[in-house]
Design a protein around this ligand. Structure first.
Ligand SMILES: *Cc1c(COP(=O)(O)O)cnc(C)c1O
Length: 423
């Protein structure tokens, strides 16, 4: 049975329960699950059988969400977590230990940059930052301590598209897992696993949830990486976090799930960034309409980008779907179903005029989220990045005139009218 994405988004991962016959996915508000017998309990703990134990580790509501997103991404399994940020943290802590390094693109989501630059080093993990798509720099940054390569499909702040085939080629050559934050490109727009990604991450908070109503994250395992390579100590040495199990070797018929099973049974079980089942249910509602929404977000954003491109008050526009955008050749190759909902542009009047737009625009909400059904606007230089010096801002590409739009699902004529009026 190989359903298309529109069908998977509505049905994947949900068995209709034979006792309640509930059509919608039920929310399991319970902390714990009964063992049928001592043997049943023992089998669950030893991973001889998969099943519910305690809701920090698994919950049938979250299970539907995980299976559904794994099906949409073409992965073998997934783990939902309390935020996109904890998904990124767990994705890396499930590969790296103190003394290890990873190579990352530098055009990252702000919180991710801080995690890599200021927090992971406290635990002996070093991130080597490289300009996106600078493959000579990536090769030069890889050494005998490198254990992963990390990229975002569409990065900040310029919406540059990563050449993922090239990244996965380098990852394969050095036998490193390629970890991809695909938040800006939900699986109905792009599937990183089809292009060699080993681990895919989403902030569910954004387009997958789609309505600005909750915080969550998810990690998807492609199930293709060979973790028996001895350089991955977490998979080859007896795991103190799970009574000496060697996750690269001892899982029997579940061996293909080594990465995502370890994340659940070692990291989630003992670090505890659990997604509540109420939030999981909320995100499932989002997934059901994801294919329709990503299409409309992309159509609206392309029209907005074209409108801005021709506006006399606009200095520059970045949108991967504009034919003359520097990212267009890669976007056209990878993003066959639309270019996503993010547009950034600069106002000719610089900082003052950008702030005036923020304070006077109608319809758009001034806040820092993205991926809502509502159109959103942000001015990084006066908010998220206001602590940085002008020099640091320019180095990060955050020019004072830069306005970031997350284009929503309102009628595009109304969105464009709101921009036209304020400009
Ligand atoms: C929002 C976001 C995150 C962090 O997700 P949270 O759910 O806010 O923790 C990570 N990466 C990208 C690309 C994001 O947009």
């Amino acid at each position: 049975m190989s359903y298309k994405p529109e069908t998977l988004a509505i049905h994947a991962g949900q068995p209709v329960e034979s006792d309640t016959l509930s059509r919608a996915v039920p929310v399991y508000r319970t902390s714990s699950f009964l063992f049928k017998s001592a043997k049943h309990g023992a089998d669950l703990f030893a991973l001889r059988e998969l099943g519910n134990i305690y809701a920090r580790l698994m919950n049938p509501t979250n299970d539907v969400l995980e299976q559904r997103i794994a099906a949409l991404e073409g992965g073998v399994g997934a783990l939902s977590l309390a935020s996109g940020t904890s998904a990124i943290q767990y994705a890396l802590l499930n590969i790296l230990k103190g003394g290890d390094e990873f190579v990352t693109a530098n055009n990252l989501y702000g919180g991710t940059y801080t995690m890599f630059d200021a927090i992971l080093p406290n635990y002996g993990i070093t991130a080597r930052f490289t300009p996106v798509n600078d493959f000579a720099a990536v090769e030069a940054a890889i050494n005998e301590k490198t254990r992963a390569i990390y990229i975002e499909v569409i990065g900040n702040p310029s919406l540059d598209v990563a050449d993922i085939d090239r990244y996965s080629e380098i990852a394969r050559k050095h036998h490193l897992p390629l970890v991809v934050d695909s938040t800006f490109t939900p699986p109905t727009l792009f599937r990183p696993i089809d292009h060699g990604a080993d681990v895919v991450i989403h902030s569910l908070t954004k387009w997958i949830g789609g309505h600005g109503t909750g915080i969550g994250g998810i990690v998807i395992d492609a199930g293709k990486f060979d973790w028996t390579d001895p350089k991955f100590a977490l998979y080859n040495e007896p795991d103190g976090g799970y009574h000496g199990l060697r996750f690269g070797h001892d899982l029997g018929s579940l061996q293909q799930l080594a990465y995502i099973l370890r994340m659940r049974t070692v990291l989630l079980r003992n670090l505890g960034a659990t997604l509540s089942p109420d939030s999981a249910w909320n995100f499932i509602q989002g997934v059901e309409t994801l294919p329709l929404r990503t299409q409309r977000h992309s159509e609206n954003a392309l029209k907005v980008a074209r409108f801005l491109k021709n506006h006399p008050k606009v200095a520059w526009v970045r949108y991967p779907g504009l034919e003359d955008d520097p990212s267009y050749p890669l976007a056209a190759r990878y993003l066959k179903n639309g270019f996503g909902g993010m547009v950034v542009f600069g106002h000719k009047g610089g900082y003052e005029e950008a702030v005036r737009v923020i304070d006077n625009i109608q319809l758009f909400s001034h806040l820092v989220n993205v991926g809502d059904a509502k159109s959103l606007i942000a001015h990084p230089a006066s908010t998220t990045h206001s602590q940085l010096s002008e020099e640091a801002l320019l180095k990060g590409g955050i020019t004072p005139d830069l306005l970031r739009l997350s284009i929503g699902l309102e009628h595009v004529d109304d969105i464009i009218a709101a921009l036209d009026e304020v400009l």
